[in-house]
Design a binder for this molecule. Structure first.
Ligand SMILES: Cc1cc2nc3c(=O)[nH]c(=O)nc-3n(C[C@H](O)[C@H](O)[C@H](O)COP(=O)(O)O)c2cc1C
Length: 196
């Protein structure tokens, strides 16, 4: 059965562009895979703890059975079991929300999602598709901050082996010129993303 892991990072309870588009994406995804299963991890509203010395040290033991690894094990298993991953993500202060960084810190883990292969690193998550919906108050194409944001997210996913990453950028949400019918425009992007 197809599984989609949906991760939402916006702190907003109402009026979040990334979450609204995430809802539209899931609706389209369910239409395409009626038997599909959607796992939800709402890190914007239920933030994950930051990495600690204890957890990082437990990573380096190479063991899985330590108490300190319970949450990381759970998040890694959740990610591994989903062939498709959707991240909805706002830009905060030129970067990703700290809750999403905390998620990456807990799942980017040696011999779980990547491994060392000689002098190289190799991602261990194969045959997955990543979908990223980004929302930015500014986000003009070509801005260095916009590009850095996109590169960071795609690089993190690629590091774990997710190379097929499809992105929708909702830029200019804080601009006066942002249109009221933005959802119609981006609905087309969702259809294209799923049909690629
Ligand atoms: C704390 C905070 C910091 C922000 N920093 C930026 C920023 O650096 N660049 C930008 O373009 N927009 C920034 N914004 C605007 C958000 O990216 C924008 O409101 C976006 O639509 C948020 O996503 P959401 O609508 O899904 O919640 C910031 C918003 C907040 C609340």
């Amino acid at each position: 059965m197809k599984t989609l892991l949906r991760i939402d990072a916006s702190i907003r309870r109402r009026g979040s562009f990334s979450r609204t588009l995430g809802d539209a994406f899931v609706e389209a995804w369910k239409h395409r895979y009626p038997q599909g299963d959607v796992l939800r991890r709402d890190i914007g509203h239920e933030p994950l703890p930051h990495l600690s010395d204890e957890v990082a040290n437990a990573f380096f033991t190479g063991r899985r059975d330590l108490q300190a690894l319970t949450l990381s094990n759970h998040l890694c298993d959740e990610l591994k079991q989903a062939p498709e991953v959707l991240i909805t993500c706002p830009m905060y202060n030129f970067g990703i929300p700290s809750t999403l960084k905390a998620w990456f810190d807990l799942v980017v883990r040696a011999n779980e999602t990547f491994r060392r292969n000689g002098s190289q690193y190799e991602g261990l998550l194969h045959n997955k598709t990543g979908y990223v919906i980004m929302a930015m108050g500014d986000g003009r194409p070509g801005l260095r901050t916009t590009e850095n944001f996109e590169y960071y997210l795609t690089d993190m996913l690629a590091f774990m082996g997710i190379h097929d990453v499809r992105i929708i950028t909702v830029g200019g949400t804080a601009m006066r010129s942002f249109t009221d019918d933005w959802q119609t425009t981006y609905q087309q992007s969702i259809t294209q993303l799923l049909n690629n």
